[in-house]
Design a protein around this ligand. Structure first.
Ligand code: ACO
Ligand code: LMR
Length: 264
């Protein structure tokens, strides 16, 4: 019989060898005929399956709501400084993306991991938050530099509203809300942030859609797919900031001495 030479690469998400490219087995023409949007493409290329409309809509809402948050946040600041140093689009974009991490935008996976573990083990919000404190770990998905209990993050509210109306169950999100209720008794700015909202709600999406087995959910959470949503979304804004600076012909940025405490 035929002997297959061993390959150096295995790929399971897309194929460009036929008459038309396929994403997870679905040909381009069918993607267009079915009126798929970017949420469907993410479903195919990240999760290797077509998800129900409410799930793809939720993914699209996450992308839209996280696309930008003004020029002052870490990512946009880096991108603006890089663009003003005369660097190209890709350099300006990645300079901003490199700030995404545990404090800024990249707390979604850890929020999902910790909320899932705490909920599944039946910890009360008090037990969960205090156990994190003992370990010296800030609760991912909680806290914001510029938001507090009487000035909540509208994005969180919008995501929660969509999920309460469209998801079969929002048990992880409701748990995160209880955690927030407890952290707010400690400090006024310990609100649920957009990373916490997406992290907890994606757990509800994975568990409630009936499209994933338990081991698949565990693998998604363990590998950490969800920060990808913020990276993808914020790339839209960072590209916008790059064009903005170029359009405005902004000169090299130099931080003012007055704003630095020079000390020994
Ligand atoms: N859990 C528990 N306690 C917290 C948390 C938290 N998530 N955040 C702040 N605190 C408490 C701590 O006691 C902290 O003191 P410490 O420095 O001794 O730990 C105190 O509040 C003050 O913290 P600050 O550093 O002044 O808080 P700041 O407003 O600068 O931090 C931040 C904001 C970085 C978001 C923080 O709340 C945090 O680390 N949260 C967890 C990570 C996270 O969810 N990041 C995503 C934010 S949303 C986004 O970027 C799109
Ligand atoms: C963001 O989306 O960039 C923010 O939530 C972070 C910030 O500091 O506003």
């Amino acid at each position: 019989g035929k002997v297959r030479a061993p390959t150096h690469i295995i790929s399971t998400i897309s194929d460009d060898r036929g008459e038309e490219p396929c994403y997870a087995g679905v040909p381009m023409s069918s993607i267009l005929e079915q009126g798929f949007g970017v949420g469907d493409i993410i479903s195919l290329l990240w999760f290797k399956r077509s998800l129900p409309r409410y799930c793809t809509k939720f993914i699209e809402i996450c992308i839209m709501l996280c696309a930008d948050h003004g020029p002052c946040v870490s990512g946009a600041h880096n991108t603006i400084v890089t663009a003003r140093a005369g660097k190209d689009l890709v350099s300006s974009l990645v300079s901003g993306l490199l700030t995404i991490g545990p404090r800024f935008g990249g707390a979604i996976d850890d929020a999902a991991r910790y909320f899932k573990d705490a909920y599944d083990r039946g910890l009360t919000p008090y037990e969960f938050v205090e156990s994190m404190k003992k370990k010296g770990i800030r609760v991912p998905g909680i806290g914001h530099r510029d938001k507090e209990s009487d000035n909540r993050d509208k994005r969180v509210e919008l995501l929660q509203e969509f999920a309460r109306t469209n998801f079969p169950s929002v048990k992880y999100m409701e748990y995160a809300v209880q955690v927030e209720t407890y952290t707010l008794t400690k400090a006024n700015n310990l609100v649920m942030n957009v990373d916490g909202a997406i992290g907890s709600l994606f757990l509800d999406l994975l568990a409630g859609s009936g499209m994933f087995t338990k081991p698949e959910i565990d693998e998604i959470v363990e590998i950490g797919y969800l920060n990808g949503l913020f990276v993808l979304a914020r790339s839209i804004g960072l590209i916008g900031h790059t064009f903005d600076q170029k359009r405005l012909k902004q000169p090299l940025y130099r931080h003012p001495w007055e704003d630095v405490l020079y000390t020994k």
